[in-house]
Design a binder for this molecule. Structure first.
Ligand code: GLY
Length: 565
């Protein structure tokens, strides 16, 4: 759909009502009548709200929020990474946009091995070879061309201004940047962008990103071509040549985002709309919800031993299937229909003993670490068009490489490929074949932007960062809200659980289980371990029966914010 009219987005940016942040422990439920954006950063949520107030639809707001996050949430907001967008339109139809990074054409299956043929973790995760061909700009552009309403330039302009004029650093972001200085010193352009000539920024300082503003200006003026050709592409390709990376001008020119059919399922009368491969999220989520429905999760009390046992067993099985089958379906056969079918859930359910934990596998290896620095935003507009959008650089600040002269961070998403067939190590590498690197292939992801609907209307729009934990974070919120009836903020706040088949343990956030529940689970044979940090940062919006919107905005990260009107 073409942009139809221009709107005074900047007017609303200056004059919009004060944002109700959701990160205070005492915050009341944050509700809005018309439209809402929840994201990991207040500035970005406000940009999205201004777009909605100015007549933009949910896709417009998601695009503008995503570009703003590339400026104000540099750990994961990006133009140098990739992501997935799930959209439900006003008429109840749905679609998805896949703009996952791709392996450059010169990629080889052995590219993460050193001269002796040994696995080299630094190459895999922290080198120019770790950078996949970015997809974010092309994906946001395609989504806007297909479904946006407002002119493209109006959606990118707020990000240009945030980068050019700067924004005041929150205490959280200032501390985060200061803590990363050692890593940033390896790349002069990264150090220049995120420090005061090598000294840390402090809370309240103005962060101006001039080169990023120029790059965003080219994207504003030329659309995706402003990134994939011309000066931006030349600067990126030059940095690749300088650092021994593989991406060249042809890789950038040839990058194509893909509009795909969503993965669909049902759960207790609700419709599930989520992301298909190369995400593993949608398939695993539907598989787990089918299995939980089949095993009668609704009869178990919140956080009772019975409920947690069923959750852990569902997670174990879905993550085993994820490791065996999931990858880029453009390159390998992925049995999506079978894994998401009710009949498969019945087969799986028969393997669960209600009193005893299963064993994951006699083998000893664990699975490759996926980065947790991804970011999710959710939008619902006044006509109930809904967007769940998750984007990523893979690790926090991705490869940590800022493209000199272009001011944006590059991803290290190639680390999401399995590095070598058959290679398994104590440290957690895996060598299953479907997710091995190949030229042009997209690496497996766990990002799970999801919309839950009923009778063609959205009920819950959500997603989260967190690497492989993402799928379980989304699952937990759906169960908390739809099965246990927790208000969405409480469903998001509730301490989280994670089991990923291997290693065979149930990781829990502090406060997730009472002492007696934990003891009962251990008696069943579960190895329960409290994680040291937090799991994910979910951004959810629920549509209440009267049509009002309510935010579930994760307070695990300090700058998260909802903005509605
Ligand atoms: N980079 C994290 C993911 O795609 O799952």
């Amino acid at each position: 759909m073409k942009a139809t009219r221009s709107i005074p987005v900047l007017f609303f940016l200056l004059c919009g009502t004060a944002c109700a942040q959701q990160n205070r422990p005492d915050a009341a439920p944050y509700r809005a009548k018309n439209g809402m954006v929840v994201s990991q950063d207040l500035h970005a949520s406000e940009v999205g709200r201004a777009v909605l107030q100015g007549g933009g639809n949910a896709v417009d707001a998601a695009v503008a929020t995503a570009f703003a996050l590339a400026v104000t949430h540099p750990a994961a907001g990006n133009i140098g990474g990739g992501g997935f967008m799930v959209v439900m339109l006003e008429d109840g139809t749905a679609t998805t946009f896949d703009f996952r990074e791709r392996a450059p054409a010169a990629s080889r299956p052995d590219m993460c091995l050193d001269e002796k043929g040994e696995y080299d973790s630094a190459r895999h995760h922290f080198s120019h070879l770790a950078v996949g061909v970015p997809g974010s700009v092309a994906g946001l552009y395609l989504a806007h061309q297909r479904l946006g309403k407002l002119p493209w330039k109006d959606l990118v302009e707020p990000a240009v201004r945030l980068a050019a004029k700067g924004f005041r650093l929150s205490p959280g972001l200032a501390a985060e940047l200061a803590g990363r200085l050692k890593q940033f010193r390896k790349y002069p352009a990264t150090l220049a962008q995120f420090s005061k000539e090598g000294d840390p920024y402090r809370a309240g300082d103005l962060l101006v990103q001039g080169e990023l503003a120029e790059t965003l200006g080219r994207i504003r003026d030329r659309g995706a071509a402003g990134f994939y050709s011309g000066k931006t592409a030349e600067l990126l390709a030059a940095e690749m040549r300088r650092g021994g990376g593989l991406i060249n001008m042809a890789d950038l020119r040839d990058y194509k985002p893909v509009e795909r059919e969503p993965v669909r399922g049902t759960f207790r009368g609700f419709d599930l709309i989520s992301m298909p491969p190369p995400s593993s999220g949608g398939v695993a989520l539907v598989e787990m919800l089918n299995l939980l429905e089949e095993t009668g999760i609704q009869t178990a009390a919140f956080r009772s031993p019975g409920e947690v046992h069923l959750l852990a067993e569902a997670m174990r099985r879905a993550y085993a299937d994820r490791a065996r089958h999931l990858a880029d379906a453009d390159f390998v056969e992925v049995p999506v229909e079978r894994l998401t079918s009710k009949s498969y859930a019945r087969t799986l359910a028969a393997t669960i003993d209600p009193r005893k934990a299963s064993s994951s596998s006699p083998t000893t290896f664990t699975w490759p670490a996926q980065g947790s620095e991804t970011t999710h935003l959710s939008v619902v507009d006044s006509r109930k068009m809904s967007v769940a959008l998750t984007t990523t650089l893979e690790y926090s600040y991705g490869s940590r490489i800022v493209v000199p002269g272009a001011g944006f961070l590059l991803n290290n998403e190639m680390g999401d490929f399995n590095p070598r067939a058959g290679l398994t190590t104590e440290k957690g590498l895996i060598g299953t074949k479907p997710n091995l690197v190949a030229p042009g292939k997209r690496m497996l992801s766990s990002m799970s932007p999801t919309i839950v609907a009923k009778a063609g209307r959205p009920v819950l729009v959500l997603g989260s960062p967190g690497g492989r934990t993402i799928i379980n974070t989304v699952l937990g919120i759906i169960i908390n809200h739809l099965v246990h009836g927790l208000p969405i903020q409480d469903a998001v706040d509730a301490p989280r659980l994670h089991h990923q088949w291997l290693p065979d343990k149930l990781l829990v956030e502090a406060g997730a289980l009472s002492a007696s529940t934990r003891a009962a689970l251990e008696k069943m044979g579960h190895l329960v371990e409290q994680r040291s940090g937090k799991q994910g940062s979910a951004m959810a919006i629920t549509v209440r029966r009267d049509g009002t919107l309510e935010a579930g905005c994760d307070r695990r990260r300090p700058d998260s914010a909802a903005a509605g009107y």
